[in-house]
Design a binder for this molecule. Structure first.
Ligand SMILES: [Zn+2]
Ligand SMILES: [Zn+2]
Length: 148
């Protein structure tokens, strides 16, 4: 989504469209990576030297609360963020390396079949209607295992 659409979304919700918000959104739009606050701060510093780390943290909080970002806890106290794109895009899960913080996106067809079954079971058993779910797997990535 181009950034002027984001600006309209903000205005539509009575939120202020500020330079840091725009800069952070543009960065996350342009990358396919999951980024931590510090990584975002370091990348923005080059093009936007006035930005502070506190502003980055605060902006990420606001964007997450507005439902625009997905916060992925690394299990180390740090989080990484990714932009939530249109729901038409496939749901994906995360493999999170607790050594280097690398995040691998994955989707698995067999698994989504399994989830559909689980959804059905939970609905029958508990009358619970699932609207969303999120899997994060923590472990050690291939690179970190080879480095040992
Ligand atoms: Zn790793
Ligand atoms: Zn992801």
């Amino acid at each position: 989504m181009p950034s002027h659409n984001w600006r309209n979304r903000f205005r539509g919700r009575g939120s202020r469209w500020t330079a840091p918000r725009e800069a952070i959104l543009n960065l996350l739009i342009s990358t396919s990576k999951h980024m931590s606050a510090k990584e975002i701060y370091r990348s923005l510093l080059r093009i936007y030297p006035a930005i502070g780390l506190t502003t980055v943290y605060r902006t990420l909080d606001v964007l997450e609360q507005m439902g625009y970002l997905n916060k992925i806890p690394l299990g180390t106290g740090e989080n990484k963020y990714e932009l939530i794109t249109d729901s038409s895009e496939t749901h994906h899960h995360h493999l999170i390396c607790t050594q280097c913080g690398r995040i691998i996106d994955y989707t698995d067809f067999e698994e989504s079949e399994l989830i559909k079954k689980a959804e059905q079971t939970l609905k029958t058993k508990h009358g619970f209607k699932i609207t969303d779910y999120n899997f994060e797997f923590y472990g050690i990535c291939k690179h970190c295992q080879e480095r040992r």
